[in-house]
Design a protein around this ligand. Structure first.
Ligand SMILES: Cc1cc2nc3c(=O)[nH]c(=O)nc-3n(C[C@H](O)[C@H](O)[C@H](O)COP(=O)(O)OP(=O)(O)OC[C@H]3O[C@@H](n4cnc5c(N)ncnc54)[C@H](O)[C@@H]3O)c2cc1C
Length: 494
């Protein structure tokens, strides 16, 4: 099998790249391990998982055309200037054009805009050192599978081959020659591996499978699998305002905006982050109604994802209606247009982390049913990471008190040895990071592997730093940037 360009994986990183290259006239073949049918009950990817905090990794995979956009929540925000300045070989300015194009593809062009320094308003007016950080949603979240499948009907030069798992990459010196594929259809199990050849290959198999393929092929250098992070999160503190405040504000609940939805959180601008040696953390504020509804969701899902040991919620919950009642109340009050007011909010931290060489994926001795080595994960939220979070809450608390707005209760995090963060669930970043130094990165600034001429990466494994923003916006922007680079390299086709 031969194609000019071969892309492994059809999540947003692979699909957007494939469609953009097909639009530019190139011949593109996408190899996808799944099919159009949902497959969340995957055969094991991981063996040993050693993490600080809790993990819910099964939550993060979807082996299906479209990858994890079959599961995702659709929350969109860009990485900020300060994130790019901490080690990316690409600047935020260079990304602007691609974020604009990504807004169109992801359906948020008519929802609203992002600003890095939106001043506080409403209940937080006067809080000068703090900025509002928006997330936007499209009415129906982008599905990479539908996007790709529709494009195959339009472009004859774009093909998808499903139920094929990329297993191993074959190279001849500085050139990749072919990739070995395993047929994942049960009825075909045991058939010999096929190979696909191409002028140029791109791995877009997600932040865990992409390094797995490289490690299994002994490619990528010493940084493959390292600098892993996942946007750890948890309900971490309680905010008490001095005045009762309406919850009908994008800071406290999801609110309609343009053709979609917005939600804001609190964080610090770049100048303050530098002054206080802070990472780019972010907190989302939830009134008790929403907090309780989330607990209900947790019960229903049987997931540990939303548990918080930082907060003794029992005293807060006393006297409140049972969760189901609250949801009914929420629905009724929305219908009646009633305004609820409160002074107490949960603070959910979306945490940044220092890139750490020791947070890494390695190959296990154990193999999956196709004979491919499983992945071991070692991930820690270090004392240095924790100290940055505590400084964040110290500064937020101080600003709230100085401005007579309220205060935060967050003493638990100082006393706790093991922070009960949700460490690994769906944002798998940093495992084939971009950079200029082959000792600390796997690809160059164009996402090409340092050591070969014709193998590229698309996806969150490229992220050199993490920030707080969910990754898909940046994944799509990087995929569009890569399409421009590849097209230029291969020459425009008529
Ligand atoms: C429940 C959930 C909610 C989320 N919510 C948000 C959100 O609100 N906002 C946001 O920005 N992000 C969110 N994310 C994260 C986001 O979905 C992922 O970061 C994103 O999908 C990653 O894109 P990707 O293309 O790199 O990988 P994936 O989407 O994981 O796609 C990889 C594809 O490659 C295929 N593949 C894997 N290995 C191989 C192989 N060896 N050979 C061939 N094919 C292979 C897989 O089957 C899959 O289809 C969420 C994720 C989950 C799970």
């Amino acid at each position: 099998m031969f194609s000019q360009i071969c892309i492994i994986g059809s999540g947003p990183a692979g699909s957007v790249l494939a469609v953009s290259l097909a639009e530019k006239g190139h011949e593109v073949l996408v190899i996808e391990a799944g099919s159009s049918a949902p497959d969340f009950t995957l055969e094991a990817v991981t063996d040993r998982i050693s993490v600080s905090g809790e993990t819910d990794i099964k939550f993060g995979f979807s082996r299906q055309i479209g990858g994890a956009t079959n599961l995702w929540a659709g929350r969109i925000a860009p990485l900020e200037t300060c994130d790019f300045e901490k080690g990316w070989p690409v600047s935020r300015d260079e990304m602007e054009l691609y974020y604009t194009q990504a807004s169109e593809i992801l359906g948020i062009k008519d929802v609203g805009n992002f600003s890095e320094d939106e001043p506080c308003s409403g209940a937080f007016s006067g809080l000068k050192s703090v900025t509002l950080k928006p997330f936007l949603w499209a009415k129906s979240p982008f599905n990479a599978g539908q996007y790709l499948t529709l494009a195959t009907q339009k472009y004859k030069n774009l093909q998808i081959l499903t139920n094929r798992r990329a297993a191993k990459i074959n190279r001849d010196n500085k050139k990749i020659i072919s990739i070995e594929l395993i047929d994942t259809c049960e009825k075909h199990q045991g058939v010999p591996r096929e190979t696909v050849s191409a002028d140029l290959f791109i791995l877009a198999a997600g932040g865990i499978e992409t390094p797995r393929i490289l490690l299994n092929s002994d490619l990528g250098g010493s940084a493959v699998g390292r600098y892993f992070s996942t946007h750890p999160k948890a309900d971490m503190a309680v905010l008490k305002l001095n005045k009762r405040t309406s919850t009908q504000d994008p800071l406290f609940t999801d609110m309609p905006l343009g053709a979609g939805t917005q939600r804001k959180g609190l964080g610090f601008p770049e100048t303050i982050q530098k002054e206080h040696d802070l990472l780019n953390h972010y907190v989302q504020l939830s009134p008790l109604v929403e907090f309780k509804a989330t607990r209900l969701f947790e019960k229903v899902k049987g997931s540990s994802l939303f548990k918080s040991k930082f907060i003794d919620s029992s005293s807060l919950m006393k006297g409140l209606l049972p969760a189901i009642g609250l949801i009914v109340f929420e629905a009724i009050s929305k219908l009646a247009g009633l305004q609820r007011k409160t002074t107490i909010f949960m603070l959910r931290g979306f945490l940044d982390q220092y890139p750490n060489h020791e947070n890494q994926l390695t190959l296990s001795d154990k193999k999956d049913s196709f004979g491919l080595p499983l992945i071991n994960i070692d991930w820690t939220f270090t004392e240095k990471d924790k100290a940055s979070v505590i400084r964040f809450f110290d500064l937020l608390d101080k600003s709230l008190k100085q401005n007579n707005i309220g205060h935060i209760e967050y003493s638990e995090m100082r006393n706790m040895q093991d922070w009960p963060l949700i460490g690994i669930h769906s944002h798998f970043m940093g495992t084939t990071r971009m950079g200029n130094d082959p000792q600390t990165s796997v690809t160059d600034k164009n996402a090409k592997l340092h050591e070969v001429e014709n193998l590229y990466i698309s996806g969150p494994s490229l992220f050199s730093t993490y920030g707080y923003a969910n990754p898909v916006y940046t994944i799509v922007a990087l995929a569009l940037r890569l399409a421009d680079h590849i097209s230029e390299k291969l020459g425009q086709k008529p």
